[in-house]
Design a protein around this ligand. Sequence first.
Ligand SMILES: C[S@@+](CC[C@H](N)C(=O)[O-])C[C@H]1O[C@@H](n2cnc3c(N)ncnc32)[C@H](O)[C@@H]1O
Length: 532
Amino acid sequence: MAKDQANGGYRREGGYRNERKDNWKGRDFRGDSGDTRDRRNFRNDQERRDRGERGEGNYGRNDRGFGRQDRPFSHDRRDERNRGERRPMREEKPWQLELKVQRWGINGEGIGYWNRKPVFIPAAVPGETVLVEVEKEMPKFMTARLVKVIEASSRRQQPPCEHYQECGGCSLIHVDYKGQIQMKKQFLEESLKKYAGYTGEVEPMIKNPTVFEYRNSLKMPAAMVDDVLETGLYKRDSNDFVSIHACAIHTRGLEKARKEVMDILRESGMKAWSRNKRGGLRMLVMKEFDGKVQVILVTDPMDIDPEITAKIMNIPEVTSVWQSIKTERDPEVETFGKVMRHLAGDETMSLKLGDFDLTLLPRSFFQLNTQQAKVLYETVRDMTPEGDLIVEAYSGIGGISMFLHDKAKKIIGIEGVADAVTNARENAKANGLENVEFIHGDAAEQLEEIADNEDVDTLVVDPPRSGLQERMIEAVKFAQPKNIIYVSCNPSTLAKDIEALEDYEIEKVQPVDIFSQTSNVEAVVKLKRTDE
Ligand SMILES: C[S@@+](CC[C@H](N)C(=O)[O-])C[C@H]1O[C@@H](n2cnc3c(N)ncnc32)[C@H](O)[C@@H]1O
């Protein structure tokens, strides 16, 4: 893709949607291409893989929904075996194989087979014939790096990103949008079938009208590269830092402001944190809503020069600057440390979502795609029956509860992050919603307490990727709501949770595309108690 020199990124004219497919035949792939944006995610994926969850039969047993040319043919596997590749002796590395890609993996990788063993190949597309280099052989699966596409899928497209081979964040960016939607729907269908025994309808995906430049927040680690402060990511399965100069899914406002913030930090002489020195930038976190940007500098213990803060505040889009101090004692998986300092501008971010004005503090969660958050909330509203009491567990800053305000006499949201509860209460008040209230606490504990005193008509849950904890499954069984609206960003945990709930059957499954270019799948499922 041509670079816009002045911008240091991509040409903006025409947007990314106009990117054309390339001829991929014979293209040489170098470097890694796994899920590397967030090491935490990678570890989760790796753990899942190690537990075998991602192995045989997880989904995509057939390539339903793909074009004829993409379908695996019955002779494919025999061909692979007949090619007679043998495992090389140690000294013969690298070990290369030519494989036919048979189906999708749950992280958007292609899966081929070698001697009946699944081979996970990031950046490969079902239907393709590829040359791969084996990276790892485990008892039940293998992982491999794509070296060359010998025969390309018609779904393959030129990724509009110079970093895509190293940054696995957008694990489907090499697939056209139709192919992305097919992969996601298939993942959802297969998960529901495998874990929940559901073979009914899955509604057509509600598409994302803005498939690039939609992501309203970024979290990027900092490092020194040739003595220059950079933000980027860690390569798959390693501690190797890669500078990211332009991201195709961050909003334009975020990317513009990020470049300006980094210029200011470099000019000021700020260094990246390193283990053997005190002070320094660990991570840059930024959010953009309605054209306004919040900057959060996550640092080792240090004072930030007020001149730096003033310069950052001078960037036209920036309305808020915070510092989070993170030490070795803070959990590595947490983005922020215990100490948050408000340095300048507004304390909260504000945004308009449909008819509602919402505010949020740095620690509060909000959906990564603002436009699709509204669509998601409207979908939840449309699928929620009227009743006396609706409880929303995992309510964040209260958006869903607020969208449901006229569906019940009372709506109670439960949220574990105190700042988010503060925001949710203020949001309900500011929007004049007297029947919507919020409790700070653990979803399971609070749901049990509510259900001890009142009948819950509908329970809405929107848990993290890990799904409902065992304790929450027990709490739901105790509360026995007539309906459950399950908002999920992970089909595997969604389907397992539905199975664990036992007394509920699926009435409707509505996928909503929120995270285009990535393999993340969002879905809203309506469940009804079977004895109702
Ligand atoms: C996927 S977010 C959904 C937030 C909200 N529904 C929205 O649309 O913005 C999950 C939320 O669950 C909260 N959470 C995670 N574990 C929790 C628990 N055990 N009890 C209560 N809230 C929890 C997180 O802080 C986060 O705000």
